[in-house]
Design a protein around this ligand. Structure first.
Ligand code: ADP
Length: 201
């Protein structure tokens, strides 16, 4: 909720466009969504690695990491998840003004919360990437043992088990992270960025 009314936006001398021009690519948000262990972090970091070596300016915001600081006061109720994503969206919005490509890896289970974040951005600045892996695949991976604990009733509000996940209906990109390799999905993301003119051909 907005509590400050006597604040005036200060227009920067160096614009986002100036920064993008110097960087040689556009800035934007790549929003990876999917079940826990669907491969959001793995894919986001692999895409960042590829883009970084192509000379792009990038940064990954990871769900677990922001929960150590910026959002350490929030839990996993649907209300707290909404506030978590609101903060992340606002940080991403600031970051793209710096000319950086921001990659976010958050389960972001609800359509309405993802749409709310999307609405912070001009058309084309927010690209939703659905890491599509079946629950059974995610559960068999279980890299942090979280599904096992959730099934045992030790973790409340666990997405896919005791809390909903609403798959995107019309994401900018669907990556079959349950059935195809990380490299194949990195290729998909990079191809999309080329096709949209975010990075040069
Ligand atoms: P999330 O961020 O969605 O919770 P992670 O990236 O942390 O998921 O974990 C996904 C796990 O699945 C990792 O241990 C990763 O090595 C493994 N994995 C196996 N195959 C794939 C694949 N094709 N794409 C992404 N991750 C994969």
């Amino acid at each position: 909720m907005k509590k400050s009314s006597n604040v005036v936006w200060h227009k920067p001398t160096i614009s986002r466009e100036d920064r993008e021009q110097r960087n040689g690519h556009k800035s934007l948000v790549l929003w990876f969504t999917g079940l826990s262990a669907s491969g959001k972090s793995t894919l986001a970091h692999a895409v960042e690695d590829r883009l970084h070596h192509m000379g792009c300016h990038t940064f990954v915001m990871d769900g677990d990491n922001v929960r150590h600081g910026l959002c350490s006061d929030l839990g996993f109720s649907l209300e707290d998840r909404e506030e978590n994503l609101r903060r992340v969206g606002e940080v991403a919005k600031l970051m793209i003004e710096t000319g950086v490509m921001v990659l976010t890896a958050f389960i972001s289970p609800l359509r309405r919360d993802r749409e709310r974040v999307r609405s912070l951005f001009p058309h084309g600045d927010f690209l939703e990437i659905y890491c599509d892996a079946d629950l059974s695949v995610c559960e068999s991976r279980d890299p942090k043992g979280l599904y096992k604990r959730a099934r045992a009733g030790e973790i409340p509000d666990f997405t896919g088990i005791s809390s909903p996940y609403e798959a995107p209906i019309n994401p900018e990109l669907r990556c079959p992270t349950g059935t195809e390799s990380v490299e194949a999905n990195v290729d998909r993301v990079v191809a999309m960025l080329r096709a949209r003119g975010v990075i040069a051909e």
